[in-house]
Ligand binder design. Structure first.
Ligand SMILES: O=C(O)c1ccccc1NCC(=O)[C@H](O)[C@H](O)COP(=O)(O)O
Length: 186
């Protein structure tokens, strides 16, 4: 991903995924990430104490929370010195955009399909009449063949991919990563 020109790389530190890496393994990988490329730890449903401990061991800069965590978890993570990304489904966000602004306002927003990391797209109609905050990140079922059209239609500040650059669940493919990055940049 770094060689292909990604702006950020993510390590799944949430338990129970075929993509899960230990904080120690993530630390060895994050140490290879050069300055200027953001390293992100991906979490779901853990306590603030667990998230912060894992993120510190892994040495990531940013924490991405997928589990509907409460605002106080975001505050704790931020106070521990990490950047924070709030990942939520586009359907949920469509119903609570005001709440996001009020409760999580300075967290970056990532809009995803309901089942994170499953390679499913969301129904873009969920965002009709909703304007996500500037710099929001689009995720969910992106692939080299659809990222340009979806980005053109939805105008996010960035895109995030997992399944669409894998040859099997949890197994990334360098060529698909290169194709995805080229299509997203275009
Ligand atoms: O990828 C996982 O297995 C995962 C597990 C627990 C929480 C989040 C997870 N992934 C979130 C991501 O960062 C994915 O990149 C994002 O949901 C997009 O996934 P995909 O639709 O497979 O491209």
């Amino acid at each position: 991903a770094v060689l292909g020109g990604a702006d950020a790389v993510g390590f799944v530190l949430a338990p129970g995924s075929p993509r899960t890496v230990s904080p120690e393994a993530a630390s060895a990988l994050a140490a290879l990430v050069p300055d200027g490329v953001e390293s992100v730890g991906v979490f779901r449903g853990q306590t603030a104490v667990e998230v912060i401990a894992s993120a510190r061991t892994a040495g990531v800069q940013t924490v991405q929370l997928h589990g509907g965590e409460a605002p106080d978890v975001f505050d704790a993570v931020r106070s521990a010195g990490f950047g924070v990304i709030r990942a939520t489904s586009a359907e949920t966000y469509g119903l609570e955009a005001q709440e996001h602004r009020e409760l999580y306002g300075d967290a970056r927003l990532l809009l995803d399909a309901p089942d994170p990391g499953a390679g499913e797209t969301f129904d873009a109609d969920a965002l009709t009449g909703v304007e996500p905050p500037s710099g929001w990140i689009l995720a969910g079922g992106l692939r080299p063949g659809n990222v340009a059209a979806l980005a053109e239609a939805l105008r996010p500040g960035g895109v995030d991919v997992s399944s669409g650059v894998e040859i099997a669940r949890g197994v990334k493919d360098p060529e698909l990563i290169r194709e995805f990055l080229a299509a997203a940049r275009a």
